[in-house]
Design a protein around this ligand. Structure first.
Ligand SMILES: Nc1ncnc2c1ncn2[C@@H]1O[C@H](COP(=O)(O)OP(=O)(O)OP(=O)(O)O)[C@@H](O)[C@H]1O
Ligand SMILES: [Mg+2]
Length: 276
């Protein structure tokens, strides 16, 4: 990436796996560490990350309390009549927006929609780091790898793992570098059930074969969803002017976010982890 901005793409073609939740916490964590952060929301329809940033701006306007803000890059859907033309236009627009952000940011976080769309594929080829949150469910796991129901052994790669493999080859040609692919389990329950135990057994065995690293994800916590409307995260709560008690669950959430940041091995992050 020009000027050395590190691009983190949050992707998984499975919908509702916690991508936007991870994206907004990652953005705020990096901002709180003092980095200049850009972000791009590729979900044209839902615009959850874009709306989150706009909620944050409005909260700052209403409260008069200043918060660190990311720089939002907008890639608009093409109005071209032919599909191939629309794809080419959107790719060119994405490249231009990314290059613009890379001039002024140290990190760029790209939130992908929960579907296999051409622009999300293209974004993956720009990923220095790819983060894939998955719901703790065998159904969601199938997109990564297909398991034998008797032996629990990996039979073949799933559709998303195949796609990442393909896009890694493409990236090697265009960028001459690889993608550090990190998979995290989302919305982990606090109860030790059979499903949770099984995923904990099979996922580590899939890492080497499918080419990802496993990292601890976020637990199922109300605080990860409650603050969206104000554009805040649990990392903002001890900022002067925000009167919200930090409960034990909130503190545990902050530890989870910091742990995720640590496991992503992003440049210069290790030395600033204490700031979040
Ligand atoms: N750790 C968590 N604890 C509690 N709720 C969560 C957690 N992570 C995500 N959620 C909630 O789960 C839902 C899906 O999360 P999110 O929107 O982040 O997923 P997504 O992968 O971005 O979805 P899409 O594919 O539709 O873009 C949302 O209602 C979100 O608030
Ligand atoms: Mg989303």
């Amino acid at each position: 990436m020009g000027r050395g901005a590190h691009v983190v793409v949050i992707g998984n073609e499975k919908g509702g796996s916690g991508k936007t939740t991870v994206a907004m916490h990652l953005v705020v964590a990096l901002l709180r560490m003092g980095f200049r952060v850009g972000c791009i929301d590729l979900d044209h329809r839902q615009q959850s990350l874009g709306r989150y940033v706009s909620n944050r701006e409005q909260w700052v306007g209403r409260s008069g309390i200043s918060l660190p803000m990311p720089q939002m890059g907008v890639v608009r859907p093409s109005a071209a009549e032919f599909k191939s033309q629309a794809i080419a236009e959107e790719r060119a627009m994405f490249d231009a927006v990314l290059a613009g952000l890379a001039e002024v940011c140290e990190f760029i976080v790209v939130d992908c929609p929960g579907a296999d769309v051409p622009l999300a594929r293209h974004a993956h080829t720009h990923a220095d780091t790819l983060v894939t949150p998955i719901n703790d469910s065998l159904l969601d796991l199938d997109l990564l790898g297909r398991l034998d129901p008797v032996t629990w052994k990996l039979k073949s790669a799933g559709v998303y793992a195949n796609l990442v493999w393909e896009l890694r080859q493409e990236r090697r040609k265009t960028h001459r570098s690889g993608i550090d692919w990190v998979v995290t389990r989302s919305r982990l329950s606090s109860i030790a059930d059979r499903n949770k135990q099984k995923l904990a057994e099979v996922l580590p065995a899939m890492q080497k074969v499918l080419g990802f690293r496993l990292a601890d994800g976020f637990g199922e916590r109300v605080i990860y969803r409650y603050l969206w409307l104000w554009g805040l995260t649990v990392l903002d709560l001890n900022q002067p002017g925000i009167e919200m008690e930090l409960t034990k669950s909130h503190q545990a959430a902050r530890v989870e976010v910091a742990a995720l940041l640590e496991s992503l091995w992003l440049p210069k992050v290790a030395e600033r982890l204490g700031r979040i």
